[in-house]
Design a protein around this ligand. Structure first.
Ligand code: SAH
Ligand code: SF4
Ligand code: F3S
Length: 443
């Protein structure tokens, strides 16, 4: 019988994609994936180091995995990803039961390491970062039948002062357009309807002088592709050319994630974000001009070292001016090794909590206002899953990336259906499927 592995994934979509690569590697090497940790010969965790909280979660999971090893000492435990990169020494010292530690550029070595580990006593570690590893020509074992994640570039050279990613994932490098197109073609012929292009800095993609807009244009021409998304872009690299390509192709979703982080120029400068408040706002205006009804989301950090109350209020100002459709909001978390970790005057815990609550409250209002604008409109929704609340309802996304709940009627998962939005409550939209004729009438 083949040995089986169990893999748990934390962190961003790039980690989800990486876990699929790892699964692909292991299944090629004769291992079977199990969803039941009790039956696993190998337990892997793909980790994230972006905030302290993310690391704490993994530390407690490691303790939990160790219980399986105590029952069955031949179990192999492997820590993969950004935390492996970042906390190698700490793990080696305090978690002797961890067998394998592999950073994000070393996954090709995993099958060999698992074999070697069975005969050796010491830990096996490889956290060397590579300037070249792009995991081209690999066969990821993908998870769902709707969306295929495709990494188009790895690493990040932006060095925002709060962020650990440039240290955990190393230098920026891009795959060839040909490699990406061939993977996307494969995904479409495997039945995937949606492709999401991934990179920590996805729009600074550059291969042999060809930029993100060219890649996007080519992916959009793949026959049979229904939807294309991408994440995460950086405002600095959001060009008119990219927006024009988005406007040109219906298959590219009308949605942009544009991380603001903070609204005050002094804070933005200390974050090394490379744009100002007014530049950000004019970029939003440009996006909305070129892409009417675009869905806009953002990331916001509150309590960056030295952020005063007045400066924080400018974040609320920008939110009010822009009115994002949704936002991921975070309390600043100091990451040892980053520049901001050396900055003095950290904002107190209580202050951070208070600011977080204020941005969440503002965002809830904005989400509702933005969603209410859609009431009455007919949106094309991709049926993705059953609603959590009722077996009679589907949940699907509009191309502007909003979730809509509606009665199933005769439709199936994977259908693209016209749904008339009936009401917006909290952050959820509800609607009803309409016929093509009804859809024309609304237009
Ligand atoms: N590369 C992407 C996002 C990377 S991480 C980008 O530049 O947009 C996702 C989000 O985590 C960031 O946008 C930021 O808002 C948040 N983040 C990163 N480091 C953080 C830290 N040290 N503390 C709190 N939030 C952080
Ligand atoms: Fe981190 Fe900034 Fe790079 Fe995003 S762009 S991954 S926030 S350093
Ligand atoms: Fe986390 Fe690494 Fe992604 S730190 S957010 S898993 S790139």
């Amino acid at each position: 019988m083949n040995k089986s592995y169990y893999i748990e994934t934390y962190g961003c979509q790039m980690n989800v994609a990486d876990s699929e690569l790892v699964s692909g590697l292991l299944s090629q090497d004769g291992y079977d994936e199990t969803k039941d940790i009790n039956r696993a010969d190998i337990i892997l965790v793909n980790t994230c180091a972006i905030r302290e909280h993310a690391e704490d979660k993994v530390h407690s999971r490691l303790g939990f995995y160790n219980q399986f090893k105590q029952k069955n000492p031949s179990t192999i435990i492997g820590v993969l990803g950004c935390m492996a990169q970042n906390l190698k020494e700490d793990i080696l010292e305090s978690k002797p039961y961890v067998d394998i530690i592999l950073g994000p550029d070393s996954y090709r070595r995993l099958p060999t390491m698992i074999r070697d580990r069975s005969s050796e006593k010491s830990h096996l570690v490889d956290t060397k970062l590579s300037k070249f590893e792009l995991y081209d020509n690999m066969f990821p074992s993908r998870n769902t039948g709707i969306n295929a994640w495709i990494s188009i570039m790895r690493g990040c050279d932006k060095f925002c002062t709060f962020c650990i990613v440039p240290f955990t994932r190393g230098r920026e490098r891009s795959r060839s357009i040909e490699g990406i197109i061939s993977e996307a073609n494969q995904a479409v012929s495997d039945g995937f309807l949606e492709i999401t292009l991934l990179g920590q800095n996805v729009n600074s993609y550059n291969h042999a002088g060809r930029g993100f807009h060219e890649l996007l244009d080519e992916v959009a021409q793949i026959p049979g592709i229904k939807r294309i998304r991408y994440t995460s872009p950086h405002p600095q690299d959001m060009t008119r050319k990219v927006l024009k390509v988005m406007a040109k192709h219906d298959t590219i979703c009308n949605y942009v994630h544009l991380p603001l982080q903070a609204g005050n120029d002094r804070v933005l400068k200390r974050m090394n974000r490379t744009y100002t408040k007014s530049r950000f706002i004019s970029l939003v205006n440009q996006i909305r001009d070129l892409l009417p009804n675009v869905g806009l989301s953002t990331d916001i950090i509150v309590g960056f070292p030295g952020e005063s109350e007045e400066e924080f209020k400018e974040t609320l100002d920008v939110m009010e001016t822009v009115r994002f459709d949704s936002a991921y909001t975070f309390k600043y978390s100091s990451r040892p090794g980053t520049k901001a970790a050396e900055y003095a005057d950290h904002v107190t815990k209580e202050e951070k909590q208070d600011r977080l609550e204020r941005v969440i409250k503002a965002q809830k209002q904005h989400t509702l206002i933005q969603n209410q604008k859609l009431v009455g409109a007919v949106e094309i929704v991709l049926v993705e899953k059953e609603s959590k609340r009722s077996v009679e309802h589907w949940a699907g996304r509009t191309d502007s990336n909003k979730w809509v709940i509606f009665e199933k009627e005769d439709t199936q998962i994977r259908d693209l259906v016209p749904v008339q939005i009936k009401h917006a409550k909290g952050i959820t939209l509800r609607g009803d499927i309409v016929s093509i004729q009804q859809m024309e009438a609304v237009k």
